[in-house]
Design a protein around this ligand. Structure first.
Ligand code: AMP
Length: 413
């Protein structure tokens, strides 16, 4: 089946075609007809499966079937997402697919000025894509009308719970009509998520994509045993061997993200970081520099990069192994998006072996090992500019001390 054969409006098909999408992915095939029928949906699917279009296409179709009410009547659908980046991205996809319709989607996220968002709301929008904070701010100030909202979509609900948004979801429900269609998307499922899901949806259609093997078939992934202090030399080598390819490297903390960027800069490699200590403007600038190939190495933390769709990432490197096994799936799912292929390599130090075991248990598979013999390992460290810089620094330090001693001796004489 192709999108052309779907019972949706021609202008939406035009938007889909312009994005280059021809045949539905698994989740789209399963979700779109049910959503079009007005059913609630509970879908377990990770990013990379095409889940954004799986709800965006029927959402736009449903809203364009009915005649738009007067402007100022309030918005008709809400998409709630856990991070700014994800919200911005979803909004982009909705507006791209809906380009030839009269529907408008507005993105409300914090970290940027609210006035332009207020102007957009005043001009009238049909769909809001938001993170909780800014939505509530503007709602309290009276700029957002929610009583006509017909459709609620929660994306990455598991991540929303991780980020402590449970109360925000409950608060949002108080403002929405009881009679509505609810679509609930989560990458993982556990009793807490199930409980939340069933408090929101009614007689949902359940869709689960690849539950046993959560890793995209498009990603070749492997692990390489590298000690903590040596990781930067291997990142340097990897970068140099794959110049002009897009590499996304994950680290455990914001501080480590900055350190890795500095270590790379010291050896002449341009890298940029994205993490929660950066303001929205800086995060967007970093992402754009990476997307536009100005910088090919992006160092990210889990929170900042989860769910975001960066086109053309060829490699994901787990510079640090994730502490939560499920994040392994999210991280390596940043490559091999849609129908393209990708590669992922994890740098595992001896102190991270337990994390590797957890990941293997979670993903139900043993991760292939890329073996480095001792000579190759030592050679990587020896050849690294970073290491020679370290040696250079050491030598010049010794020279300085010797010089100091010589001067001291002279002055004593
Ligand atoms: P998502 O899971 O929504 O983050 O989508 C992941 C990627 O899959 C995006 O880059 C989409 O452009 C791509 N994609 C979505 N639907 C399709 C499709 N039907 N055919 C090919 N690629 C798709």
């Amino acid at each position: 089946m192709r999108f052309e054969d779907y019972n949706i409006r021609a202008e939406i098909k035009r938007g889909i075609a312009q994005l280059g999408l021809k045949k539905p992915t698994d989740i789209q095939y399963k979700a779109i007809p049910n959503i079009l029928n007005g059913e609630d949906v509970l879908a377990i699917a990770q990013t990379g499966t095409g889940k954004t279009a799986a709800f965006a296409i029927p959402l736009l179709s449903i809203l364009s079937r009915k005649k738009r009410r007067e402007r100022g009547d309030g918005i008709r659908a809400i998409v709630m997402a856990p991070t700014h980046e994800l919200a911005l991205q979803i909004n982009q996809v909705i507006n791209a697919i809906g380009k030839y319709t009269k529907l408008k989607s507005i993105c409300l996220v914090g970290g940027v000025e609210q006035d332009p968002q207020i102007k957009l709301l005043q001009a009238g929008g049909d769909i809001l894509v938001c993170t909780p904070g800014r939505l509530f701010d503007l709602h309290h100030q009276g700029y957002v009308q929610l009583k006509r909202c017909e459709i609620l979509i929660l994306d990455e609900a598991d991540h929303m719970l991780d980020r402590g948004f449970k109360k925000d979801i409950d608060d949002l429900l108080r403002f929405l009509p009881r009679q509505r269609q609810t679509l609930f998307f989560s990458a993982t499922i556990n009793p807490e998520i199930k409980k939340l899901a069933y408090s929101l949806v009614q007689n949902p259609i359940r869709i689960q994509i690849s539950p046993k093997d959560p890793i995209s078939k498009n990603v070749d992934h492997a692990v390489c045993f590298i000690e903590m202090d040596d990781k930067r030399f291997f990142l340097e080598r990897f970068y140099n061997e794959h110049q002009s390819k897009k590499i996304l490297a994950f680290v455990r903390t914001k501080v480590r993200a900055e350190r890795v960027v500095k270590a790379m800069e010291r050896v002449g490699i341009k890298a940029i970081s994205i993490h929660g200590d950066k303001v929205q403007k800086e995060r967007s600038a970093a992402l754009n520099a990476f997307i536009n190939n100005e910088i090919n190495l992006l160092i990210a933390t889990d929170v900042s990069a989860r769910g975001i769709d960066i086109p053309g990432v060829e490699f994901v490197i787990n510079y640090d192994l994730p502490e939560q096994a499920e994040n392994y799936v999210h991280r390596i799912g940043r490559t091999g998006r849609g129908k393209s292929r990708g590669q992922a390599i994890s740098f595992c130090s001896s102190s991270e072996k337990q994390l590797l075991e957890d990941i293997e248990a979670y993903t139900n598979q043993q991760i292939k090992e890329l073996t480095l013999d001792k000579a190759e390992y030592l050679q990587t460290i020896d050849l690294a500019v970073g290491n020679s810089k370290r040696l250079d620094d050491l030598l010049s330090e010794i020279e300085e001390i010797e010089e100091f001693r010589r001067k001291k001796k002279k002055s004593k004489k």
